[in-house]
Design a protein around this ligand. Structure first.
Ligand code: ZN
Ligand code: ZN
Length: 65
């Protein structure tokens, strides 16, 4: 069992959530990096992490109607 490395979730916190079946799809191409630069510049934060949650309906559920 892994007890450590709880802190090391660099970029797997960006995902799509299907509102119908609850399926979760990880977003590989994170759009945050660009935005991050801006936040650092504008707000002066030392950014240590982020999470993007996007809701919608997955293709399978769309087919089902
Ligand atoms: Zn679905
Ligand atoms: Zn990200």
């Amino acid at each position: 069992m892994k007890t450590k490395a709880r802190f090391a979730l660099p970029d797997k916190k960006n995902y799509l959530v299907c509102e119908k079946c609850g399926k979760i799809v990880i977003i590989d191409n994170c759009p945050f990096d660009k935005f991050k630069e801006e936040l650092i510049e504008v707000h002066g934060f030392d950014i240590t992490g982020h999470s993007i949650e996007v809701y919608g309906v997955c293709p399978e559920c769309q087919k089902k109607g």
